[in-house]
Write a protein that binds this ligand. Structure first.
Ligand SMILES: C[S@@+](CC[C@H](N)C(=O)[O-])C[C@H]1O[C@@H](n2cnc3c(N)ncnc32)[C@H](O)[C@@H]1O
Length: 274
């Protein structure tokens, strides 16, 4: 089998970390996501995935499970709704959680989209957008569906400057007020230890945007509806996790709070920019 070569920018390359995490999970005895498509993609990509090690691989799987929980809930309430994944990488969420009715947009930069197109073809309800989350030129394309909308951005905004994150979030709020927006935040306690994280030692990209308290982002004109850590997943999501995560992570959160509590998955409602 001829493998696909990878030519990705510095931040774009980081998509291979959660992809590998999901592939390892799919091969586990009790998978959390069971993302067999991720496993198949890893087998077809010419890349030294084995250089990625450490807890961030499993962490990316738990993170996806928490975002999945919110998307599932949104689709239960709005089966014909539109889910927009910003910086989708090789995420298979639009396939994994599809209900046969929803509209899906997977947005990422052109080089990532070129790689994505080799594995994940668009359909009538699933559209890939080659664009930047920091631009607004794609907003109208998404707005054509009429909503309601669920936006999510997983392990993407952390790579931007604070002013860029704020402006992207406020532009979304101005165009799609009342919509849901979910993204992860990382506090100083973990950010300052990036260079010691084995997955970051294997790539050049570094995260830059630090946020210690997602509630402080309400100043941007967004309302925080839920904030979760790996120790506090939605109950229905946590039930699907192996016991070592389900019971071990809350213990770790008590013994070494910054390790678990500084990294958060958040669900907001977009309000109009102030
Ligand atoms: C760590 S990966 C996460 C990928 C995916 N969300 C996941 O969890 O598997 C970061 C992603 O952000 C994308 N990205 C970086 N800058 C971007 C931008 N300005 N606009 C859209 N996507 C961007 C990268 O191409 C990459 O796919």
């Amino acid at each position: 089998m001829t493998k696909e070569s990878v030519r990705l920018g510095t931040v774009q390359e980081t998509l291979l970390i959660p992809l590998y995490g999901r592939a390892l999970d799919a091969a586990a005895r009790r998978p959390v996501l069971g993302d067999d498509a991720a496993r198949a993609m890893v087998a077809r990509i010419d890349y030294d995935f084995a250089k990625f090690r450490g807890p961030s691989l499993g962490g990316s799987v738990l993170r996806s499970a928490i975002f999945d929980g919110w998307v599932r809930r949104f689709l239960t309430a709005h089966p014909d709704g539109t889910v927009v994944e910003l910086g989708a990488g090789l995420s298979t969420r639009s396939r994994r959680l599809d209900n046969g009715r929803a509209r899906w947009f997977d947005l990422d930069l052109p080089d990532t989209v070129e790689l994505r197109a080799k594995f994940l073809a668009d359909s009538e309800r699933t559209t890939t957008l080659a664009a930047s989350v920091l631009d607004t030129d794609w907003h109208e394309r998404v707005a054509e569906t009429g909503g309601p909308y669920f936006f999510l951005s997983e392990a993407v905004l952390l790579y931007f400057e604070p002013a860029q994150v704020r402006s992207a979030v406020q532009a979304l709020g101005a165009r799609f007020p009342g919509s849901a927006l979910s993204f992860d935040t990382c506090g100083h306690a973990l950010m300052s230890r990036q260079d010691r994280n084995p997955v970051f030692r294997a790539v050049d990209a570094r995260m830059t945007w630090t946020c210690d308290d997602p509630r402080a982002l309400e100043d941007w004109g967004i309302r925080l509806d839920e904030t979760r850590t790996f120790a506090t997943p939605q109950p229905e999501v946590g039930r699907g996790w192996p016991w070592r995560h389900r019971y071990g992570l809350p213990v770790l959160a008590r013994l070494a709070p910054p390790t678990v509590n500084a990294y958060r998955m958040n669900l907001f409602t977009l309000e109009t920019a102030r």
